[in-house]
Design a protein around this ligand. Structure first.
Ligand SMILES: Cc1ncc(COP(=O)(O)O)c(C=O)c1O
Length: 400
């Protein structure tokens, strides 16, 4: 009898962690490595939020809470949805977890049976397919190629739906491409979903607030109110308020689904950190200046990185609508030989050679289900980004 669960053999280790580990090894050897692989803002959590956490500790708010969130945070989340998204939820429709990741995972565990399919547009956030596999479902990938702006078409969505489709995962702006769906583009998808009442929608709105050039963020339950009852609207404070380490994410949806997610959380992790919950209350209810400040900084950096990468031989870098990633395609580099003598057959080869020869850590496109490409996280200081892009240009120039 094997000791480890069968479900584990279906899951691969996180490729982003593999890159980060290799970069750390090179650093330990004394190499000068620039890491552009991490998916988190490089800013500090705003002071008002840090102060709220300190006050919570001093006020003794350090005990167990309700398993899926304190009433004050659930109310702040309901207010946020009403204020920012025109969506009306009651506190019993809200689940708070240890990061967006836990709420997404809970929803999948709560609903997937063997053979259930989950539609995932590629390029996708690395965790979606593996979370589906761990929860016992089958990920079905729908490819949003570069020439489609990394978006899927309504025809592709229609063709991918089967009687076993349980969820459609939607993420706009997207990790890793930064592509966002306009209201019109999203409406074309929700029109398809209206025709298939057995499909539920999991909208991962994690990058809602990081959107550029006036891109208007929209979310399925708001664009098509007829889908409200079968949409789980997911979000969190990690990216919006530079709170990745605090571990607070949340989801809003049908009372029955939220109750099922609560059951799972109450028998696994119990409540997310009490102090972080109070910090999240302040994040959502307090001053919102950080959002505009970080958005402006990310837009400036995006422009810098897109311009510099497009000047590199063999690289084409589309301009993303949001998030803090670019997803350049590298068809022009594949098949060439690196200075080490290695022929670049895949984007993984490209990323490995780039790290080894120039000390720049990026994540290869294969990890996100769309190749050949790589992801750069530009949540780094401007001069770091200039240096990194200069090295990438040198690397590309040296390819023969
Ligand atoms: C698209 C997307 N969804 C969800 C998450 C998870 O966020 P959290 O840190 O709140 O768990 C991430 C984090 O990288 C993400 O990129």
């Amino acid at each position: 009898m094997p000791f480890l669960a069968d479900s584990l053999s279906r899951v691969k280790p996180s490729p982003t962690i593999a890159v980060t580990t290799r970069a750390a090894e090179l650093k330990a050897e004394g190499r000068d490595v620039i890491g552009l692989s991490a998916g988190e803002p490089d800013f500090d959590t705003p002071e008002n939020i840090r102060d709220a956490a300190k006050a919570a500790i001093d006020a003794g708010k350090t005990r167990y809470t309700a398993p899926d969130g304190i009433p004050e945070l659930k109310q702040a989340i309901c207010d946020k949805f009403r204020r920012e998204n025109g969506l009306s939820y009651q506190p019993n429709q809200i689940s708070v977890g240890a990061g967006g990741k836990q709420t997404l995972y809970n929803a999948l565990v709560a609903t997937l049976n063997e053979g259930d399919e989950v539609l995932i547009p590629a390029p996708y956030w690395v965790s979606y397919p593996d979370m589906v596999l761990l929860a016992g479902g089958n990920p079905v990938i729908v490819e949003g190629s570069a020439d489609q702006g990394f978006r899927i078409t309504p025809e592709q969505l229609e063709a991918a739906i089967t009687p076993r489709t349980k969820w459609f995962i939607f993420n706009s702006p997207s990790n890793p491409s930064g592509a966002g769906y306009s209201r019109e583009q999203l409406k074309a998808l929700t029109d398809v979903l209206l025709r298939h009442p057995h499909v539920w929608i999991m909208s991962d709105d994690m990058y809602e607030h990081i959107a550029f050039d006036g891109f208007e963020f929209c979310t399925p339950a708001e664009v098509e109110p007829k889908l409200y009852d079968r949409t789980l609207t997911c979000n969190g404070v990690s990216k919006a308020y530079a709170m990745t380490g605090w571990r607070i994410g949340y989801a809003a949806g049908a009372v029955e689904l939220i109750a099922a997610m609560r059951k799972i959380q109450s028998q696994s992790t119990s409540n997310p950190c009490s102090i972080s919950q109070w910090a999240a209350v302040e994040a959502l209810n307090g001053p919102q200046d950080y959002i505009a400040m970080s958005r402006d900084a990310f837009q400036r950096r995006r422009d810098l990185v897109v311009r510099m990468l497009n000047a590199c031989d063999g690289i084409h870098c589309p301009t993303p609508d949001g998030a803090f990633y670019v997803y350049p395609t590298i068809d022009g580099c594949i098949g060439k030989t690196a200075p080490s003598g290695k022929v670049l057959e895949t984007d993984e080869d490209f990323a490995t050679e780039l790290l080894d020869s120039e000390g720049v850590a990026v994540v290869f496109g294969g990890a996100f289900g769309l190749s050949p490409a790589f992801r750069v996280s530009y949540a780094a200081a401007d001069d770091t980004l200039v240096e990194a892009c200069t090295r990438i240009a040198r690397f590309c120039e040296a390819l023969k």
